[in-house]
Ligand binder design. Sequence first.
Ligand SMILES: Nc1ncnc2c1ncn2[C@@H]1O[C@H](COP(=O)(O)OP(=O)(O)OP(=O)(O)O)[C@@H](O)[C@H]1O
Ligand SMILES: C[C@@](O)(CCOP(=O)(O)O)CC(=O)O
Length: 510
Amino acid sequence: MAKSTLISASGKVLIAGGYLVLDPLYSGIVVSTSSRFYTQITDADGSNPNRIRVRSPQFVDATWDYTLEQSLGVSAASSKCVLCSVRSRACKNKFVHLALQNTIGLASELKGEQHVKDALKAGAEIVILGDNDFYSQRAKLDSLNLPRTLASLSKIPPFTTTSGTLSNVHKTGLGSSAALITSLTTALLIHLSVIPSEDVSPHSPGSVNSDGRKLAHNLAQFVHCLAQGKVGSGFDVSSAVFGSQLYQRFDPAVIASLMGEEAFAPKLADILSPSSTAWNYQVKPFQLPPHTRIMLADVDAGSDTPSLVGKVLKWRKDNAQEALKLWTTLDGLNQSLARTLLSLTDLYEKDKAVYTEVVKYISSMRSDQWLGNPNIEAAKAAVITKFFEAHEISQDIRKNMKHMGNLANVPIEPDSQTKLIDSCVELAGVIGGGVPGAGGFDAVWVLVVDPPVINAPMPSPSELVERTWITSKDIDVSPLSASESLDKGARLEKVADVKGWDAAAAQDGR
Ligand SMILES: Nc1ncnc2c1ncn2[C@@H]1O[C@H](COP(=O)(O)OP(=O)(O)OP(=O)(O)O)[C@@H](O)[C@H]1O
Ligand SMILES: C[C@@](O)(CCOP(=O)(O)O)CC(=O)O
């Protein structure tokens, strides 16, 4: 049977630390999502030797063909001519091309040219599929006459076609390109035996800190920067590889020599080595508290988010003192939020029964009522107090982010979003919410308690939030189905476990 490798990588939501995380002094809280990008690589039958065919069957005109040239280079510079793109029905896909080119370049440095040539001699078939959440499903729901609800989303087949091209798809901000690059480069590293599949296997202990995973991270980070033509903070790639985390960025100097067109570029393997201390990013473990649920929605306020980042950074540069004060305040709040949310997991571990009772208790009350009963027993009061702290801190973060937007004259949390998030945060069982990442008119996140048993016939906090979204008059809100992924970012998959894979892989985009 032909050798086949299937790897997924998670999407992301930056719930705190937007803008700050661009500076190595500050961290961001990244939640990785159950919505994932998948790449499958299968050895071809040999009828097209050396051909690598990449297909994204959710899109029209999304097949890209490449041929492995006869002579593989050994340095990064010469590896640039390893692949040539041939006869493609579609526009070029820079992200896919750079991912293939650099992964093959790295593999030939580490395993030898002959090894790579042999591995790809018969050619390879690559299929890329993204979970529905990465692309707006509004049009699909409308065409099926379905309301914008979570129940409607569950009726859309997995990896549904968009009936359009990649260039005009409406993305939802979950980090499609980072998850795509991570799944593609990691799958190829494994398929070419550069790293063992155990290094990203959810069943293998130690895979979280494996050298293979670190190499996959460094490579994906580099390729993503190259494809985007800029070095962002990299939180999206880091969470696609390592899962939910507190992220502190790497110094862009580590890849500076690979980003230009230098004739004598250094070896990829040296720069991307997992043991290189120049990769000074920091990943600290993070997860949302048990029995809570992050709810995400794609928001369409009828206006394009202008490029916010440049303006905020310019304001920071021009107003160094005021900015330092704001950045320091926000950093303190972001760190407190992380600590508080993590301490809730500790409280759960300490006494699961008390914690779970509290979750049920506060699920039917607004946050300002949570601490209203002076006679509640001490163990429960301790848990409620932490939930309330998380609420207060997240509200404070929102206030300061909105203030940042006002100072820089950009809509980080525009008034329409403020109104929407306020009306969610006022609901029973809601801990907090905000605008993810850079903010703007694009998306919202809300964190709710999610008790294992509901006080029937009361609606659950998540149902209340969903109703608020559906009935929102000013903004068009469309929920995403993602929850937090507790698996660590990039993951080895079995085709049989991925619902709808075979049917989706056989689609042709229409
Ligand atoms: N399913 C796919 N198959 C192939 N390439 C894809 C796919 N999805 C995304 N891409 C590549 O990623 C590019 C989009 O990258 P871009 O940086 O604009 O997205 P993003 O900012 O990560 O999106 P998001 O809104 O999800 O955060 C596309 O032009 C394409 O090259
Ligand atoms: C503004 C920034 O900090 C976050 C952008 O996040 P998002 O793509 O809006 O989720 C930029 C970055 O970290 O690269």
